[in-house]
Write a protein that binds this ligand. Structure first.
Ligand code: SF4
Ligand code: SF4
Length: 464
C-alpha cells in the first residue's frame, strides 16, 4: 500500500478549504453585517456633535469611528495581505459584495476597453488618495462620508452597468483593488488549479470566478479575492488552497504574469504615500504654497484665495479649517511631485539594475529584467504605505499610552524589515535570471539605493 505523506501545512490548507467551502453560503450574511457596520461608521458620525477638545476615542463616537477606519481597518487590511492575501475582499468587503449583487440585477453590459486598461486602477488609486487629502477625510467625519459614499456609489453603479454576476469594479476600478492585488503576490495564501493549463493567465467572462480569471490558467494571485467559489475539496477539478512562503510568487515573478503597469504602480504608490504624509510635515510644502500664492496674486488670479466646494476640499469654518483653491492646488501639485520623483528615481535604479543583469549574462530581455526587478520594491513600498496612509495606526498606539520612543522604534523596525525583505527579494529574483556570485552585487546595490532613497524621504516620519 502506498502512503502519501501529507505535511502539516497541507493539512492546515485542507482544513481552511473544508471550512470555507462548507460555510461559503453564509458569506452573504457576513457581507450584510459588514455593510451595516460600514454604514454606521461612515454615515452616522457626520450627524453627531463634533468632538470637544478634551474628548477621547471611547467617549465620542466620531473619534471612535475615525480611529477604527483609519487607525485599524486601513492599516490592518494592508498588512493582512502579506499573511492571507485578498481575504478582506472576498470574505468581508461590503463594497465588492454590493457591486456583485448589483451586477446580478443590472444591465449586464460588456466591459469596455477603457475600463479594462491597466491604467484604470492606477488612476482610480491616485485620484481617490489625493481627493482624500484635499477633503481632509482622515480628520472630518463629513469628508469621510463624502469619500466613502461616492466610492460605494461608484462600485454599485459599475456593478449595475457592467458584467453579469461579476465584480468588474474589484478587478478594474476599485481604488485599493490593485494595491491589495499587487501586495497579495507577497502573501502566504494561494489558490492553484488542480489541473493547470499552461499558456499564461487570461481574462474571461465565461468563468465562475467573479473577477474574471480563466481558472485553469491561473498562475498569479493578484486578481483572486479568495471567495472560495472555485474550491471543492472532493472534486478533481477546480482550485485548491496552498500555503507558501511569503514572497515566493515574486521571487519567481517571471512565471506569474509580472507586468510593467504593476511595477509602475508600485513606484507610484510609494510616491503617493510619501506625498500624502510629507505635505503635512515638511516646510517645503509651505514654501511651495507661498510661491504659488505669490505667483497667482502677481497675475491677478485672486480666486485662488477663495474656498472651494465642500465635496472637493475641506471647508469647516467652525473648526477653523478652510481650504482655499491655493491649498487644493498645492496639495495636488505637491503629491504629484512626489509621485514623479519616486517613479523617476525607482525607475532609474531598477533600469540600471536591469542593464547590469544583462551585462552579467542574465537570461531575459531588458524589459523582462526591469519588470522582474521592479517587484523588489514591493515590501519597502508596502511599509511606506503603512507609515504614510496608515499613519492612524500609530496615532492609535499613542492613544493606548505607548511612548513616542516605542512608536518610533516600531516604525523603524517596520521600515528596516521592509528594506531587508526587498534586498532578499532582489537576490532571489537575480537567481531566477541566472545571475551568479559577485555579478549580483551591482544590481543588488541598485535595489538598495532605491530603499535608501525611500528611507531618506521617510526620515521626517521615522524620526520627526
Ligand atoms: S477590490 Fe475593493 S471593492 Fe472589491 S472587494 Fe476589494 S476592497 Fe472591496
Ligand atoms: S480564483 Fe477562485 S477563489 Fe479566487 S476569486 Fe476566482 S473564484 Fe474566487
Amino acid at each position: 500500500m502506498n502512503f502519501v505523506k501529507i505535511s502539516r501545512t497541507q493539512r492546515f490548507a485542507g482544513a481552511i478549504e473544508n471550512f470555507f467551502s462548507k460555510n461559503r453560503r453564509h458569506l452573504g450574511l457576513v457581507h450584510l453585517g459588514m455593510f451595516g457596520v460600514f454604514i454606521v461608521l461612515i454615515f452616522v458620525p457626520p450627524f453627531l456633535p463634533a468632538p470637544l477638545e478634551h474628548s477621547r476615542v471611547f467617549d465620542n463616537f466620531q473619534l471612535f469611528a475615525n480611529s477604527l477606519l483609519w487607525g485599524a481597518w486601513f492599516p490592518l487590511v494592508l498588512l493582512s495581505v502579506v499573511v492571507t492575501g485578498r481575504s478582506w475582499c472576498g470574505l468581508f468587503c461590503p463594497m465588492g459584495a454590493a457591486s456583485e449583487w448589483a451586477s446580478g440585477r443590472g444591465l449586464g453590459r460588456r466591459v469596455p476597453g477603457w475600463l479594462k486598461s491597466p491604467a484604470a486602477p492606477i488612476v482610480s488609486f491616485v485620484f481617490v488618495t489625493i481627493w482624500a487629502q484635499t477633503l481632509g477625510a482622515r480628520d472630518h467625519a463629513q469628508s469621510a462620508a463624502i469619500l466613502f459614499g461616492c466610492v460605494m456609489l461608484a462600485a454599485f453603479v459599475c456593478g449595475l452597468v457592467f458584467g453579469r454576476k461579476k465584480r468588474v469594479w474589484c478587478r478594474h476600478a476599485c481604488p485599493i483593488g490593485l494595491l491589495l492585488g499587487v501586495y497579495a503576490r507577497l502573501g502566504a495564501v494561494d489558490f492553484k488549479p488542480k489541473r493547470f493549463v499552461a499558456g499564461g493567465d487570461r481574462w474571461t467572462e465565461a468563468t465562475a470566478c467573479p473577477t474574471m480569471i480563466d481558472l485553469k490558467r491561473k498562475s498569479e494571485s493578484r486578481h483572486c479575492i479568495e471567495c472560495f467559489r472555485c474550491v471543492s475539496p472532493n472534486a478533481k477539478g477546480g482550485l485548491e488552497v496552498q500555503l507558501r512562503r511569503p514572497g515566493a510568487e515574486l521571487e519567481t515573478i517571471r512565471h506569474h504574469n509580472g507586468n510593467l503597469a504593476e511595477v509602475l504602480f508600485l513606484f507610484i504608490s510609494a510616491g503617493v504615500a510619501l506625498g500624502g504624509f510629507l505635505w503635512l510635515v515638511l516646510g517645503s510644502y509651505q514654501d511651495f504654497r507661498l510661491w504659488l500664492a505669490t505667483e497667482a496674486i502677481k497675475r491677478g488670479w485672486l480666486w485662488v484665495g477663495s474656498p472651494g466646494p465642500s465635496w472637493l476640499m475641506a471647508v469647516f469654518s467652525e473648526e477653523r479649517e478652510v481650504f482655499r483653491w491655493v491649498d487644493f492646488l498645492t496639495i495636488t501639485g505637491y503629491m504629484a511631485g512626489w509621485i514623479m520623483i519616486c517613479t523617476l528615481v525607482l525607475s532609474f535604479t531598477t533600469g540600471v539594475a536591469a542593464w547590469l543583469v544583462r551585462r552579467a549574462g542574465g537570461t531575459g530581455t531588458f524589459h523582462q529584467c526591469f519588470v522582474a526587478l521592479g517587484y523588489q520594491v514591493a515590501p519597502v513600498s508596502l511599509v511606506s504605505l503603512v507609515l504614510g496612509l496608515g499613519n492612524g495606526a500609530f496615532i492609535n498606539l499613542a492613544l493606548l499610552g505607548l511612548s513616542p520612543a516605542f512608536i518610533t522604534t516600531v516604525k523603524l523596525l517596520l521600515f528596516v524589515s521592509g528594506a531587508g525583505w526587498s534586498l532578499h527579494l532582489g537576490n532571489r529574483i537575480l537567481a531566477s535570471f541566472g545571475v551568479r556570485g559577485s555579478s549580483r552585487v551591482g544590481p543588488l546595490l541598485c535595489g538598495a539605493a532605491g530603499s535608501v532613497f525611500l528611507a531618506s524621504a521617510w526620515y521626517p516620519a521615522l524620526f520627526g
